[in-house]
Design a protein around this ligand. Structure first.
Ligand code: S3P
Length: 437
């Protein structure tokens, strides 16, 4: 089992760029594959999760050339051109891929089976299966979890659906199925969630209207191939944003070309409320998504109560926010984040165990954590933590080393490759003392 050894380092500085956005990379493949004509995708994230989507699309008969790791040419087969795969589609660790493919494949004329790794096989899938059945789809889960078996040939009809939780994956699955339905599909959300699918579908020519928390899709005759530029992943940048804030020297860290979709950047609001100095520079419109460069400076952080309306907008960033909170003056309280229990790991339980191992005072709740921060000196003791096989937990504890009294050993880090290939090299380039063993 692979581990990290993260030792305290003084200097986090310079200028870096993080790899492409995972959510946007998945969507670029899914939508380009069913468009008419060829799409060019640049900045694609060649991580295990996105490569699982790519392999699945190839298995469904889509020709995809990978000119380089990050450049794809997708020859779209049109809305009705996908072909049955000869085997189960293995989504690896990727919950997004499984749920989005479930939506798309529910509307095809052929049968499909979706499987994944041990973590994904334990994750809840009825949240997509139930509304898809309401649309007329014929699909089965096993006790609510994968495998998902889809019986093709169903005639789908549009529905109006109120999401029980603010989930972009469920919303996206319904919109993808809605492309094939009779009549419009409307998805209403209890709170905002990332809107990459809405942007991507509209970019490819779909008729989609958004009114506050409601999205309405009218089935298109066809989608049209496009040039997609995938921005840097804000969730990957998050580790370096926190690293820049915790740095021992005030030099500042620049992170270039970061996706700034407002439904993703809740962490910026939270960290700024905590006193974090983060400057957004060169904010510009990318193809379907806004991007900017970020300048992060060493900051004195103060604990806060995280507003509940920022939870869905920063849902993947809580592991690294907990690290920042441990280095802040006073207490930080996160609540309303029960979804963390059903991510790649139970992120409340796994982070709580790691914080305990590193001497951070905290209390965990069904829906969050309360963390006692220590702003002066070392917030973390040296020690050993388990990642729970969770990429974001592994990277978060590597950032904790910046305020640790000695090295932190992080066990089970292979899954960092699911979202962030090249993490160790980039972290070292930014000044972290990080080694993989
Ligand atoms: C994602 C949506 C979020 C997020 C996940 C990626 C997406 O999940 O946690 O990492 O790309 O749609 P939920 O939709 O379950 O909140």
């Amino acid at each position: 089992m692979r581990s990290y050894r993260a030792a305290p380092s003084l200097a986090v500085s310079g200028a870096i760029a993080v790899p492409g956005d995972k959510s946007v990379s998945h969507r670029s493949l899914l939508v380009a594959a069913i468009a008419t004509g060829t799409s060019e995708v640049s900045g694609f994230l060649p991580s295990e999760d996105c490569l699982a989507s790519l392999a699945a699309m190839r298995a469904l008969g889509v020709h995809i050339e990978q000119a380089s790791a990050t450049q794809l040419r997708v020859r779209g087969v049109g809305l009705r051109g996908l072909k049955a795969a000869t085997h189960a589609l293995d989504m690896g660790n990727a919950g997004t891929a499984m749920r989005l493919f479930a939506g798309l494949l529910s509307a095809q004329t052929f049968d499909s089976r979706l499987i994944g790794d041990a973590s994904l096989m334990r994750r809840p899938m009825e949240r997509v299966a139930r509304p898809l059945r309401e649309m007329g789809a014929d699909l089965r889960t096993q006790g609510g979890c994968p495998p998902i078996d889809i019986h093709g040939g169903a005639i789908l009809h549009g529905i109006e659906y109120l999401l029980p939780i603010a989930s972009a994956q469920v919303k996206s699955a319904l919109l993808l199925a809605g492309l094939y339905a009779e009549g419009p599909t409307t998805v209403n959300s209890p709170a905002p969630s990332r809107d990459h699918s809405e942007r991507m579908l509209r970019f490819f020519g779909a008729d989609l209207t958004v009114e506050r928390l409601s999205v309405r899709l009218t089935p298109p005759r066809e989608l049209h191939g496009q040039r997609v530029e995938v921005p840097g992943d804000f969730s990957s940048a998050a580790f370096f944003i926190v690293a820049g804030l915790l740095a021992a020297v005030p030099a500042g860290l620049v992170i270039r070309n970061v996706g700034m979709n407002p439904t993703r950047t809740g962490l910026l609001d939270i960290l700024r409320r905590m006193g974090g100095q983060i400057e957004v520079m060169n904010l510009r419109d990318g193809a379907a998504e806004p991007v900017a460069d970020l300048m992060v400076r060493r900051s004195h952080l103060r604990g806060i109560e995280v507003p509940r309306d920022l939870v869905a907008l920063s849902i993947d960033e809580f592991p690294v926010l907990f690290v920042a909170a441990a280095c802040a003056e006073g207490e930080t309280l996160v609540s309303g984040a029960e979804e963390l229990r059903v991510k790649e790991s139970d992120r409340i339980a796994v982070m709580s165990a790691g914080l305990r191992a590193l001497g951070v005072g905290h209390e965990s709740y069904p829906d969050g954590l309360r963390i006692e921060g220590r702003a002066a000196g070392a917030a973390f003791s040296a020690g050993e933590v388990e990642s729970g096989g969770d990429h974001r937990v592994a990277m978060s504890f590597s950032i904790a080393s910046l305020r640790a009294s000695g090295p932190i050993i992080i066990r089970d880090v292979a899954n960092v490759a699911t979202s962030f290939p090249g993490y160790v090299l980039l972290a070292r380039a930014a000044g972290l003392d990080l080694n993989e063993t």
